[in-house]
Design a protein around this ligand. Structure first.
Ligand code: CP
Ligand code: NVA
Length: 303
């Protein structure tokens, strides 16, 4: 049994397999061909933070595969009243076939997985957002082919998305240029583990120079709301706008996992520009996660 708690839980071959399955599953979906290998399977989704895309894509995805889902908002469960997460894992995983969790501390999902009888998927923690980066790299490939050897720029917060892109750089062999304001960078252990694949910049203009893909995310992630005012100050100059995009390659794509704040981390003009593939990224959450659930429950399916 495998879990998907961070991107690095899978090797390149497994992710390439997922992408092959994604292509097929997406194609069937677009052609109204039913594909229901997960009939009678139940997905439980535990949410400790808000969500639109993650909830809709997993709920629609498991249904389209023939299964069903149950949503557990932490505050409405016994978890919210202090039941140990390990006990909840032991109980819930006797009743369902697969679990998706969105929580704050990454250790919460590791604790759940340590006691789970069924596969656990990370639907975002403070440290990682692996389902989103799967969808993003799949989206890049749809538009531009393999990401190996390319230059990807990360502009903004050294957050869960950035950490996941760092893992992707090592797995896929591309260069990740990271520009963050002082005090909001990635931690040094993560930087050391990715040596040779990442480069750190203070100036976002330098980080996007020659980039095939420019990526950003909110300045204030969920759980850091108390820092919002200080962050707005610190991130001034890190907005991905037309001037910044013009330093990248002329055919560079723009990505953002959404939700976006126009006029903060990205200008409305860039978000709505032909270079922006943000809506495709969001849609591809559905397709890659269907391939992910198929893989975690059925292993390598070739049909
Ligand atoms: N990108 C993403 O995970 O969106 P939600 O927070 O809406 O799930
Ligand atoms: N970094 C953001 C991503 C939201 C999908 C957050 O954690 O809030």
């Amino acid at each position: 049994m495998k879990h998907f708690l961070q991107l690095a839980d899978f090797d390149r071959a497994e992710i390439e397999h997922l992408f092959e399955r994604t292509r097929l599953i997406k194609d069937r979906f677009k052609n109204y061909v039913a594909y229901q290998p997960l009939a009678d399977r139940m997905l439980a989704m535990v949410f400790e933070k808000s969500s639109t895309r993650t909830r809709v894509s997993f709920e629609a995805g498991i249904f389209q595969l023939g299964g069903a889902s149950i949503v557990l908002n932490m505050g409405e469960t016994q978890l919210g009243r202090g039941e140990p997460i390990e006990d909840v894992a032991r109980v819930v995983s006797r009743m369902v076939d697969i679990v998706m969790i969105r929580t704050f501390e990454h250790s919460n999902i590791e604790r759940f997985a340590s006691q789970s009888r069924v596969p656990v998927i990370n639907g975002l923690t403070n440290d990682y957002h692996p389902c989103q980066v799967l969808a993003d790299i799949y989206t890049y490939a749809e538009h531009r082919g393999a990401i190996e050897g390319k230059v990807v720029a990360w502009v903004g917060d050294g957050n869960n998305m950035c950490n996941t892109w760092i893992q992707a750089a090592r797995i896929f062999g591309f260069r990740l240029n990271i520009a963050t304001p002082a005090g909001y960078g990635i931690d040094s252990a993560r930087a050391a583990a990715a040596a040779g694949h990442i480069e750190i910049f203070a100036d976002p203009m330098k980080a996007v120079e020659g980039a095939h893909l420019v990526n950003t995310d909110v300045w204030t992630s969920m759980g850091f709301e108390a820092e919002a005012a200080a962050r707005e100050e610190a991130f001034r100059g890190f907005t991905v706008d037309r001037r910044l995009m013009s330093a990248a390659r002329a055919d560079a794509l723009f990505m953002h996992c959404l939700p976006a704040h126009r006029g903060e981390e990205v200008s409305a003009e860039v978000l709505e520009s032909p270079q922006s593939v943000v809506w495709e990224e969001a849609e591809n959450r559905l397709h890659v996660q269907k391939a992910l659930m198929e893989y975690l429950l059925l292993g390598r399916v070739e049909t």
